[in-house]
Design a protein. Structure first.
Ligand code: PLP
Length: 407
């Protein structure tokens, strides 16, 4: 294990790595590694001889040698080059990294595998968290494997597929008549009242480390020459923050074979865009977004405790933040799924829409290699659109004209 310490992202205060830690002044902690020691202990080629899963990166992960790894077999996700969105986005060099194939159907399993492995290692018996849906499903599944009781609070309009999944894995789950931040307040109370460890986004240091594996995998899949632009649907920010941390660590290790660092793009809906507003006004901290509304549930996060970490990553990477038209997300979901054949979630569809804007503003150039993450399986969102298919009664004469007209 190469972890040296934990460090406040706000003011650099150091914390011991061999104890259960949470936040400092209600803001997140970084996990710090002895990168020089890692560079002399392993080469990137050594890692590639191991099974292609998130644990192959173990030197860059916080899990102590004697810890029991809580895993559901998190394989590297596929990277797909697609030209099929060229007409919609005006761009050919698009890759999609498809996180829908991970356990519980979303990228959240990366963070939860790490957070729950560490929680179990430190003897946690109960966790509580708020969720927009996918994090709750992943937390429930991993907690069950670790024999940890899991308490989940979610907005009452959370997709029923997520509700089903959370219950299926044996968590205690509650629907709340509020947004994710209201659910977060309940998790905070459960911490005191019910002795639960708070596993909310960025309130413990290890979910970021799990998300970092997206960046590590990507670097390897791009032959250690990172793409020029990464579009990421941004809610609480762990994905974007984790990836940017991975790229910086890889640069410091000397493993990258090109100086290009991706320009990171935080994509939100104009129905909930606190990060975009803060980025535009040049603030380091975001104001809570009022009346947040979007069908891309994972990015319906009105306030994020890692706001400054997201904004720092955007600035350091020469990136940007963009809010797309909420009304278009549904159409983009359908178009992206139809064109790519992938199970595209609305959060990813927002990124496809953002690409169209960035192209029209010349923020991206034809030679740019663009990467979009498909962060979850589209099937989970069946509630976001009412599907009304015509019915056929086999006891009556079948109307083949109507069927042909539908073709
Ligand atoms: C499908 C999906 N995409 C994106 C996000 C946003 O991720 P992050 O909180 O890492 O910004 C979420 C979070 O719930 C999500 O479920």
């Amino acid at each position: 294990m190469f972890v040296t310490e934990l460090e406040s992202a706000l003011d650099g205060t150091k914390f011991r790595a061999n104890e259960l830690q949470t936040t400092h002044q209600d803001r997140p902690l970084w996990v710090r590694y002895d990168l020089e020691k890692i560079a002399s202990a392993v080469t990137k080629d050594d890692l590639l001889d191991r099974p292609a899963d998130i644990w192959r990166w173990r030197e860059l992960l916080p899990v102590p040698k004697n810890a029991r790894i809580i895993t559901l077999n998190e394989r590297s996700t596929r990277l797909i080059k697609t030209e099929s969105l060229k007409k919609q986005t005006g761009h050919r060099n698009i890759w999609i990294k498809d996180e829908s194939t991970l356990p519980t159907g979303s990228f959240k399993s990366r963070g939860m595998a790490m957070a729950i492995t560490m929680a179990a290692h430190f003897g946690v018996k109960r966790i509580a968290l708020p969720t927009a849906g996918n994090a709750g499903g992943a937390a429930a599944a991993y907690a069950q494997q670790a024999n940890i009781r899991c308490l989940v609070f979610m907005p009452e309009d959370t997709p029923t597929a997520n509700q089903y999944e959370i219950q299926l894995y044996g968590a205690s789950a509650f629907l709340v008549n509020g947004l994710i931040n209201d659910c977060g307040k309940l998790a905070d109370v459960a911490k005191e009242k019910l002795n639960c460890f708070d596993l909310s986004t960025l309130k413990e240091p290890y979910r970021i480390e799990g998300k970092k594996t997206m960046g590590l995998e990507l670097a390897q899949q791009f032959d250690w020459k990172l793409p020029d632009v990464i579009l990421y649907p941004t809610g609480g920010g762990t994905g974007l923050i984790g990836m940017w941390k991975a790229f910086k660590e890889l640069r410091e290790l000397g493993w990258l074979e090109s100086d290009i660092m991706p320009r990171m793009v935080a994509v939100q809906s104009d129905g909930c865009c606190p990060i975009v507003d803060a980025f535009k006004s040049g603030e380091r901290f975001a104001q809570p977004f009022q009346n947040a509304k979007t069908i891309a549930w994972g990015i319906r996060v009105p306030a994020a405790i890692g706001d400054f970490m997201i904004l720092d990553a955007l600035k350091e990477s020469n990136g940007t933040a963009i809010a797309v038209d909420e009304q278009m997300i549904d159409d983009w979901t359908k178009i992206s799924a139809e064109k790519t054949g992938l199970s595209i979630c609305p959060e990813t569809a927002a990124c496809v829409g953002a690409l169209e804007h960035l192209k029209s503003e010349n923020w991206i150039q034809p030679h740019d290699r663009i990467l979009i993450f498909n962060t979850a399986s589209g099937q989970k969102y069946k509630d976001s659109k009412k599907v009304e298919l015509p019915k056929i009664n086999i006891n009556k004469e079948i109307n083949w004209e109507m069927i042909e007209a539908s073709l």
